[in-house]
Design a protein around this ligand. Structure first.
Ligand code: NDP
Length: 283
C-alpha cells in the first residue's frame, strides 16, 4: 500500500482563502489586521521564515511590518520594541522570530508580548489556556497539524496518537491539542527507552525531533497517519524531515512530505491567528 500524501501547500492555500473572507469583512468595517515580526540577527533560516510569513500576509491583504534588530542588540531594546508594538493600534499580532541570540532571554521577551497580540500562542497565558481547553491563540505549528488532520477527515477521537518531541512550541502543545480532541496521547523524548516499541503502536504519529530519518518504515504500523514536523538542512543543502519519507510512505496510510507538509500550515495559522486577534479586539 502506498500512503496518501497530505498536500500542505494546497490545504494552506484553502485555509488562507477561508481566512481572507474574514479579513475582508473586517476591512469593510475599516479594520485592517496587522502583523509585526521582530527579527534579531541575520540567521538565514529565520530570515527565510520571516519572508514567507510576510508574503502570506500580503496574499491575504493584511498589513505587515518587519522590525530588524542587529545581533548585538540589548534585551532592553528588544523589550522596548515589543512594548511599542503592544501599544500600536495598527498591529494586532506580534511575533518574535525564534531563536534569539543567547544573551537575550526568549521567555522574558515572549512574556512581554501583550496576551491579546500573542499570535504565536507562546505566552504563558495562552499556553495555560491551552492546558485548560480554552485555547485562544493555539501555537501555529500544532494548530496547523490539527487543521491538516481535519481537512483530510482523519478521525482523532479514540485514536492512539504518539508525539515525538516535547518542545514548548511543538511537542507539548501538540499533545494537548490531540488530548482536547479525545485522542489517547503518549509523548516520546530523547530519554525514551526503545522508541520503536512506542511508535509501532501509533494510529497517528507526529514527529518533531529535529533528527533526519529518525523514523523508518519498521517503526510504524500499517496504515498509520504520519505527520512529519521536522525541518533539517542536510549537508548537500537539501531539506529533510524527521521521517524516512521514501520508506515510510510504502507502509503508512497518510504522510506529510517535507517540504510541502506542515511548514506551509504553520504560516497559514499565523495569518489565521492575526485575523482572529483583529476580530477579538474589534468585537
Ligand atoms: P527542539 O530541539 O526544541 O525539541 C526537539 C525534541 O525532540 C525534544 O523534546 C527532544 O527530546 C526530542 N528528541 C530529540 N531526539 C530524539 C530522539 N532520538 N528520540 C525521541 N525524541 C527526540 O525542536 P522543536 O520542537 O523546536 O522542532 C523540532 C523540529 O521541527 C525541528 O526540525 C524544527 O526545525 C522543526 N520545526 C518545524 C516547524 C514547521 O513549521 N514545520 C516549526 C517548528 C519547528 P528532549 O526534550 O529529551 O531533548
Amino acid at each position: 500500500m502506498s500512503a496518501k500524501i497530505i498536500d500542505g501547500v494546497a490545504i494552506a492555500k484553502a485555509v488562507r482563502e477561508e481566512w481572507k473572507h474574514r479579513a475582508d469583512k473586517l476591512k469593510v468595517r475599516g479594520i485592517l489586521p496587522g502583523l509585526a515580526v521582530v527579527i534579531v540577527g541575520d540567521n538565514p533560516a529565520s530570515s527565510m521564515y520571516v519572508r514567507n510569513k510576510i508574503k502570506a500576509c500580503h496574499e491575504v491583504g493584511l498589513h505587515s511590518e518587519v522590525h530588524d534588530m542587529p545581533e548585538d542588540v540589548t534585551e532592553e531594546m528588544v523589550l522596548r520594541q515589543v512594548e511599542e508594538l503592544n501599544s500600536n493600534p495598527k498591529i494586532h499580532g506580534i511575533l518574535v522570530q525564534l531563536p534569539l541570540p543567547k544573551h537575550i532571554d526568549a521567555n522574558k521577551i515572549i512574556e512581554a508580548i501583550s496576551v491579546e497580540k500573542d499570535v504565536d500562542g507562546l505566552h504563558l497565558y495562552n499556553l495555560g489556556a491551552l492546558v485548560t481547553g480554552n485555547q485562544v491563540f493555539p501555537p501555529c505549528t500544532p494548530y496547523g497539524v490539527m487543521c491538516l488532520l481535519e481537512h483530510m477527515n482523519i478521525p482523532v477521537e479514540g485514536q492512539h496518537a504518539i508525539v515525538v518531541g516535547r518542545s514548548n512550541i511543538v511537542g507539548k502543545p501538540m499533545a494537548l491539542m490531540l488530548l482536547q480532541k479525545n485522542a489517547t496521547v503518549s509523548i516520546c523524548t530523547s530519554k525514551t527507552r526503545d522508541l520503536k516499541q512506542h511508535t509501532l503502536q501509533a494510529d497517528i504519529l507526529i514527529v518533531a525531533a529535529g533528527k533526519p530519518k529518525l523514523i523508518t518504515a519498521n517503526m510504524i504500523k500499517d496504515g498509520a497517519v504520519v505527520i512529519d514536523v521536522g525541518i533539517n538542512r542536510l549537508d548537500d543543502g537539501s531539506l529533510a524531515g524527521d521521517v524516512d519519507f521514501q520508506g515510510v510512505k510504502e507502509k503508512a496510510g497518510y504522510i506529510t512530505p517535507v517540504p510541502g507538509g506542515v511548514g506551509p500550515m504553520t504560516i497559514a495559522m499565523l495569518v489565521a491567528n492575526t485575523i482572529s486577534a483583529a476580530e477579538r479586539i474589534s468585537r
